[in-house]
Design a protein around this ligand. Sequence first.
Ligand code: PGA
Length: 256
Amino acid sequence: MPKVTRKPLIAANWKMFKTPDEAVAFVRAFIPLVATYSHAEIVLSASPTLLPTVVAAAKGTAIHIAAQDMHWKESGAYTGETSPLQLKAIAVTHVLIGHSERRQYFNETDETVNLKLKAALAHGLVPIVCVGELLSEREAGKTASVLESQTAAALVGIDPAIAGPLVIAYEPVWAIGTGKTATPEMADEAHKIIRAQIAKSLSPEIAASTRILYGGSVKPASTAALLALEDIDGALVGGASLEPESFSQIVANSAV
Ligand code: PGA
């Protein structure tokens, strides 16, 4: 499937920032800034306490709301966790899975990523599964094998028939919040490795239609060059998504 048929997806990752008031102020300022852009799907990923407020503030617009994580079970004695049913009940539509900060600080493993991905697909949430190599892995020449093994592990036992909504985000860990961006060529090469692994794990058809986002210090000025490449279908944006102006410029610059 040529790139032109994959709709760009531009996702904000607010991480553990913003109070409900600040989140509402963002959405109110952001809506008019992106009102005329229909070339991209826009997603805001917020902390659990912000989700109902942000969903309400974005109601009636084309802006989708994502959770930054979830548990794979529908309910149970899992203190502190949020279930797919709870997210669905408040009209959250997307969910980040396996962000490197979750892998690094909160014991997220390839196995839990796989369980969460299965749960998201089963519940009709659009999963954005994050993969990416550490600096030490890149320097040791292991980037391709890390991306293949993280992608393959995430996709174990996934039925290709329900994998249509799958989104993958390639986020080199060394580029997150550091101001260091992978060059567009480095990112495109990584995306091709991931797409080839999706073809192996699921099917060539799913691989061709799956959107693969780049994340790691994306800024308005770096967006167009990234999105211009064949296998880069969008962006997952941390720091530059916290202000409506810069995030709306990233959305604008993704129209290539
Ligand atoms: P960054 O974060 O844009 O601040 O590097 C990206 C992410 O962690 O998703």
